[in-house]
Design a protein around this ligand. Structure first.
Ligand code: FMN
Length: 843
């Protein structure tokens, strides 16, 4: 997330050596004051990183796991009559008979047999492993004839899937460890996701588990990702913790040792001794042992019969009772083949607690511990992994896209121009910008200069020190004006430092200035002029007379392009053409009067619908081509009206674009007594009429979608920008919000009251201070209330709070500024600004 206008690194032409770049790094650069990363941000970055790397591979493990969940059922469907044969009236063959038939047919010794009590179920025979093999072959046999059943179609596919799931088709041991590492990543994703979405009201189950169908776009994706993640969380934790048991021998051995299980015998492939002995072991009659087993194991459903390998050795039965709690709750019996005497009996219920706990691992992993519902849940959660990968990637790409425009400019700058020559010291291209236009023009200018072969350094004056100007021979500055003829918020510190500088330290510096402004303000381009005056006083010489730009005036921008061409000695493409980007056509869907009976002007909530997929961030502005009462869009001389800017009061996920527009009225008959744009939007434009609009990002008023407290202060229509911010924070589950809002009378001016009250009730607003100036009492304005709450304000700021101010420049914004200065002192206020923690959208 952009927390404050980002600092461009000094740029150099492509053919500079690292050494020269080093020398130009400003020696006395002021420290970059950005707030440090909170734990939440650290976990956020980790979650992103693991998600888009390991998360993508985890999809394979998830899908293969889901495929294996119903393996037996699928095999039975694919192989009718193989594992289950028609039930006959005669008795099924005993394990001894079956092993004799199979040994004769296959010429191999049978090591063990799995018998099923269910009538018609085919027993499975395992032959002793051949030399160098880990496991012997296995076959299903007909329970009544002993004939070998056909091989299972699909068995190889499931074996392959199992290898994919367990060791990603890599060599077995390293593969298991990779799969284990991925499982740990899933655990990390699940737990960090839980932490990141922890809601303000954790006891309200709805915030955890319900989807919000009204959401759209990015918010919808986020909601889906977070809520579905919560649904799956417990399953993922169980799957990963159990999966790790098989991935790491050290984990398994330690758990087994704790559980009192005998250590596993590592069997290196290729070892000969035991396998050969097994092949050569004599056949033993186990008829008596089988009869004895059936007597002692009443209610058995499955029995694994391990045949003796030496004369005198007992037959070992591992069996499952019909009332066993899970598929691995197996009892053990050893029976002497000679007389059927039980030599060892270990019912499951009498096995040690540790051993019983270890036996739960497998059924937990498979979900079978909870029967069919458990298997279905595990399967669905495994199938859900692609959902998280897809939504995670979409969210990630969306974030990148949002930053793309400026990044592209910077990237182009970094790439340099083909055939560019090293022309000595780079030209400084600096900007002072509140809402980003000066920044965009500066970047575009720098790019054009670079194309023309001029080496450039692009700097924001926000974090620039006047002393650094001495490192350049030529500086081109794009400066906008904010407040009442003042510097943009971020540039205040630079302006003050410059004012405090004396002498002529900048002799030898040539300066070209592009001043952005708006003739509606009395101090037109005030800051640009002041800046140029000061630079001259410090010895700098102008490259050309200051160029004033009144609201993107194309003629002034063309003068700037010509001036750049003269500086570079090459033709320069027209700068600022992008600023004139075409406006899109939106439609007026609704207008709602929010303050009937107010002493102030009518305040309307204007709802517009527009091009599908339009995206913006809280804090963004809408520039609207103003129309006259009759719908025409020109002034008396036919010139198009200048666009008017409004703060957006809604988010893309609301599905509509909303503004809060104060209706301007004036005496006289011009435009029937209404403001040009506000009259059109709030009164004259018929519903569904087209509104020409373009969205402007507002980096100086960017939302704080991280877990820091935020103080929102505003009045009147300024609630628009604050409302969008608060909605964005709500959807991101970020509480610790304090809203101070000023209007005239509680009875008629409690605009958006229901939404604010609901936020207060559900804890999204930790504090709501509504201040009504005409309701009597001593609290007259929002700045007065803030001053009264100086103690709390200090506490919130000490916790890293960001202050947002939206609304009237005169009175309110200046008053808030004064309170902050009183509370923090000038240095503290400077630090707040430099850290990007004081963000304003005032007018
Ligand atoms: C709250 C506010 C105050 C402004 N004050 C002035 C002013 O005093 N003089 C002026 O010429 N322009 C003023 N402007 C107009 C801006 O300088 C102009 O829109 C400029 O293009 C903004 O550039 P930026 O996006 O880089 O900040 C003001 C704009 C705003 C929103």
């Amino acid at each position: 997330m952009t927390t404050s206008p980002s600092l461009p690194l000094p740029r150099a032409s492509a053919d500079e050596t690292p050494d020269t770049i080093q020398q130009r790094q400003p020696a006395a650069a002021p420290p970059q004051r950005r707030w440090h990363w909170s734990w939440k941000q650290v976990w956020f970055q980790l979650h992103w990183f693991i998600g888009i790397t390991a998360g993508t591979v985890l999809v394979i493990i998830g899908l293969s796991g889901a495929t294996l969940a119903f393996k037996d059922e699928l095999l039975d469907v694919m192989n009718p009559g193989v594992r289950h044969v028609a039930v006959e009236s005669r008795a099924p063959l005993t394990p001894g008979q079956l092993s004799n038939i199979a040994a004769a047919e296959h010429g191999q010794r049978v090591a063990s047999i799995t018998m099923y009590a269910q009538a018609g179920a085919a027993p499975r025979l395992f032959f002793a492993p051949k030399n160098g093999q880990r496991r012997g072959e296995s076959v299903y046999v007909h329970p009544y004839t002993g004939a070998t059943q056909p091989a299972l179609a699909g068995a190889e596919f499931f074996e392959w899937t199992e290898s994919l799931h367990r060791w990603l088709l890599l060599p077995r041991d390293p593969g298991r460890q990779v799969a284990g590492a991925l499982a740990l990543c899933l655990l990390g994703l699940a737990l960090s996701g839980l932490y990141l979405r922890w809601p303000r009201r954790p006891l309200d189950w709805r915030t955890w588990l319900t989807f919000d169908p009204a959401l759209k776009g990015r918010s919808f994706l986020w909601n889906l990702h977070a809520v579905a993640g919560t649904w799956c969380l417990v399953v993922y934790v169980a799957l990963t913790l159990t999966g790790i048991y098989w991935s790491y021998d050290v984990v398994r051995d330690n758990i087994d040792a704790w559980a009192g299980k005998p250590p596993r015998v590592a069997q290196a492939p290729g070892k000969k001794g035991p396998a050969r002995q097994k092949q050569e072991a004599p056949a033993v009659d186990i008829g008596l042992a089988w009869t004895s087993f059936q007597q002692h194991a009443a209610g058995w459903t499955l029995a694994s019969v391990r045949l003796p390998t030496r004369p005198g050795e007992a037959v070992q039965f591992t069996w499952l009772a019909s009332d066993a709690p899970h598929e691995r709750a197996r009892s053990r019996l050893s029976i002497a083949p000679a007389d059927g005497a039980v030599t060892e009996n270990e019912p499951y219920s009498q096995q040690g607690l540790g051993s019983r706990l270890v036996n739960i691992i497998y059924p937990l992993h498979m979900g079978t511990y909870f029967g069919l519902p458990g298997r279905i849940i595990v399967t669905l959660a495994s199938l859900g992994l692609p959902l998280f990968a897809i939504t995670g990637w979409m969210l990630y790409l969306g974030r990148r896209k949002a930053k793309r425009a400026v990044q592209a400019q910077r990237a182009m700058l970094g790439a340099g121009a083909p055939g560019q020559a090293n022309t000595g010291l780079p030209t400084l291209v600096a900007y002072a910008s509140q809402s980003g236009q000066a920044e965009r023009l500066a970047l575009e200018s720098a790019r054009a200069l670079q194309q023309a072969g001029v080496a450039v350094d692009v700097q924001s004056l926000d974090r620039f020190d006047p002393a650094q100007l001495r490192q350049y021979e030529r500086a081109l500055i794009v400066a906008s004006t904010f407040g009442e003829g003042e510097a943009p918020d971020g540039t205040r510190r630079f302006a003050r430092l410059l004012q405090a500088t004396s002498g002529t330290p900048l002799a030898g510096l040539e300066v070209g200035m592009l001043a952005l402004g708006d003739r509606h303000y009395s101090a037109f381009c005030g800051f640009g002029h002041a800046l140029e005056r000061q630079l001259r006083a410090l010895g700098a010489t102008p490259l050309f007379p200051l160029i004033e730009v009144d609201k993107h005036d194309p003629a002034a921008l063309a003068d700037w392009s010509k001036a750049l061409a003269r500086c570079s000695g090459s033709a320069i493409d027209a700068i600022g053409v992008q600023e004139q980007a075409s406006y899109a056509e939106w439609r007026l869907a609704r207008r709602v009067l929010l303050n009937p009976g107010s002493l102030g002007g009518e305040l309307h909530e204007i709802t517009l619908t527009g091009p599908a997929g339009t995206d913006w961030e809280a804090g963004a502005l809408a520039e609207i081509i103003a129309c006259n009462a009759d719908g025409s869009d020109g002034d008396a001389h036919g010139a198009q009206h200048a666009p008017r800017s409004y703060s957006l009061a809604s988010l893309p996920s609301d599905g509509e674009l909303q503004l809060l527009v104060r209706q301007e009225r004036h005496a006289g008959g011009e435009n029937l007594g209404y403001g040009i744009c506000s009259g059109w939007l709030t009164r004259f434009a018929p519903l569904d009429s087209p509104i020409r609009l373009r969205l402007q990002a507002n980096p100086a008023f960017a939302p704080a979608l991280v877990d820091v407290p935020c103080i929102y202060i505003g009045n009147g229509s300024g609630l628009a920008g604050l409302r969008a911010h608060l909605r964005a924070r709500q959807r991101a589950g970020l509480a610790r919000n304090w809203l101070l809002f000023g209007e005239r009378q509680h009875a008629v001016d409690s605009i958006c009251g229901a939404e604010l009250d609901a936020w207060l009730a559900d804890g999204h607003l930790a504090r709501l201070d509504r201040v009504f100036s005409r309701d009597g009492g001593t609290q007259r304005y929002v700045q007065d209330r803030l001053r009264d709450q100086a103690g709390d304000l200090r506490d919130w700021l000490a916790q890293g709070a960001i202050v947002y101010v939206c609304g009237s420049l005169q009175g309110m914004a200046a008053g808030i500024d004064a309170v902050l200065q009183e509370v923090l002192g000038q240095e503290g206020l400077d630090a707040l600004l430099a850290a990007g923690r004081y963000r304003r959208d005032v007018y």
